[in-house]
Design a binder for this molecule. Structure first.
Ligand code: GRF
Length: 300
C-alpha cells in the first residue's frame, strides 16, 4: 500500500495495536496530505461505513452468545464499574489529558475508552493513538467522501452498543452534536466552555474569540463553565463554574491561559461527580447540582 493511501477503520485500528495484526482489506482512497504524522492519523483514524457494518454484523449463534455474555458481564460489572468515557475533541486535547490524568489517579472512576475527533489533524489524536485509545472520525472534513462518513445514528449505535459508553465529554469539540446523541446521553454528556455562560457562548464562540470578546467587553470576571449538552451550542444546564478576576491589563492570551488552567481542575471534578453518580437535578428546572464527595449532605 502506498504511503499516500489508507485502508483503515476503527476495527482495523484496534487490531493493529497488537503490532501488525490484520488490516481491513477495503479498497483504499488516495489522499494528498503532506506530513507523515498526518498520514499516520489518516490511516488510523478514518472510519469506513462498511467496516462499521462488518463489526456490528454476525451470525445468529454469535449474536446469542454475545447476548449471553453481554448480560453476564453487565450483571457483574454494573455495580461500581468504571465508567466508559468517550471524549470528543477538535483541538489540542489538553482537557482530555487532564481527564485521563484524573482517571489514572483514581479521582475519576472511569477510563477514556474512545476518542471522537472532527478532524484527523486534531492535536489530541496523536496522543490518543499513542495510548492505544481507539479514535473515530466524525463527521470528518469536506475531503471525506460521503460513502465513508458515518451517520448520526451509526455514531449513536457505535457509542452505545459497540463501546458501551456511559459518559460523553465534549472537550473542545467544535461541531454540533446530533439530536439523537443528545437524547441517548441526556444528563450523561458534558461540555466545557471557556467563559461564564450564558454570557460569551453560542454558535461561533470558541477558542480565542471567546477571550477576545470577554476582554473587549471590559468584563472584570471570566472563568469556565461545565454544563450538560443539549441540541444547541452552550445552552444545556450548568453544573459548575470557576471564576477568575480579570486584571484590566491582561490580554486575551493571558486570560485564555488562566482559564485553561482552571478548566483542567473543574472538568475532572465534575466528571468525577458524574461517574460517581453524585449529580442531582434541581426539581424546578433540572439544573445539575453536585453532591460533595466528603459530605453527602453538602451540595454545590
Ligand atoms: C477549551 O478552552 C474548552 O473550554 C473549549 O475548547 C478548548 C479546548 O482546549 N471548549 P483543549 O483542546 O482541551 O486544549
Amino acid at each position: 500500500m502506498s504511503s499516500s493511501s489508507f485502508s483503515s477503520c476503527a476495527s482495523c485500528f484496534l487490531q493493529n495495536q497488537g503490532g501488525g495484526g490484520g488490516r481491513c482489506s477495503r479498497q483504499t482512497r488516495r489522499q494528498s496530505r503532506p506530513s507523515s504524522s498526518s498520514r499516520r492519523r489518516q490511516r488510523s483514524v478514518l472510519f469506513l461505513r462498511a467496516c462499521a457494518a462488518q463489526r456490528t454484523s454476525g451470525n445468529d449463534d454469535d449474536d446469542e452468545d454475545d447476548a449471553k455474555k453481554t448480560k453476564q458481564q453487565h450483571q457483574q460489572n454494573e455495580k461500581n464499574k468504571k465508567k466508559n468515557i468517550a471524549v470528543f475533541i477538535s483541538g489540542g486535547g489538553s482537557n482530555m489529558r487532564a481527564i485521563h490524568a484524573a482517571c489514572e489517579t483514581g479521582e475519576i472512576h472511569g477510563q477514556i475508552s474512545l476518542v471522537v475527533t472532527s478532524s484527523y489533524t486534531a492535536g489530541g489524536v496523536e496522543w490518543a493513538m499513542d495510548r492505544d485509545v481507539p479514535v473515530l472520525l466524525y463527521p470528518g472534513g469536506e475531503d471525506l467522501a460521503e460513502s465513508e462518513r458515518i451517520s448520526p445514528s451509526e455514531l449513536n449505535e457505535f457509542l452505545k452498543n459497540e463501546y458501551k459508553i456511559d459518559v460523553v465529554l465534549l472537550a473542545g469539540y467544535l461541531r454540533l452534536i446530533p439530536p439523537e446523541l443528545c437524547r441517548t446521553f441526556e444528563n450523561k454528556m458534558l461540555n466545557i466552555h471557556p467563559a461564564l455562560l450564558p454570557a460569551f457562548g453560542g454558535r461561533g464562540m470558541h477558542g480565542a474569540k471567546v477571550h477576545e470578546a470577554v476582554v473587549n467587553s471590559g468584563a472584570r470576571f471570566t472563568g469556565s463553565t461545565v454544563h450538560f449538552v443539549n441540541e444547541n451550542f452552550d445552552e444545556g444546564k450548568i453544573v459548575s463554574q470557576r471564576i477568575i478576576r480579570i486584571d484590566p491589563s491582561w490580554t486575551a492570551e493571558e486570560v485564555a491561559r488562566r482559564v485553561l488552567k482552571e478548566e483542567h481542575e473543574v472538568f475532572p471534578e465534575v466528571v468525577a461527580a458524574l461517574c460517581d453518580e453524585r449529580i442531582e437535578f434541581r426539581e424546578a428546572d433540572g439544573v445539575g447540582v453536585i453532591i460533595d464527595k466528603m459530605d453527602s449532605n453538602k451540595r454545590y
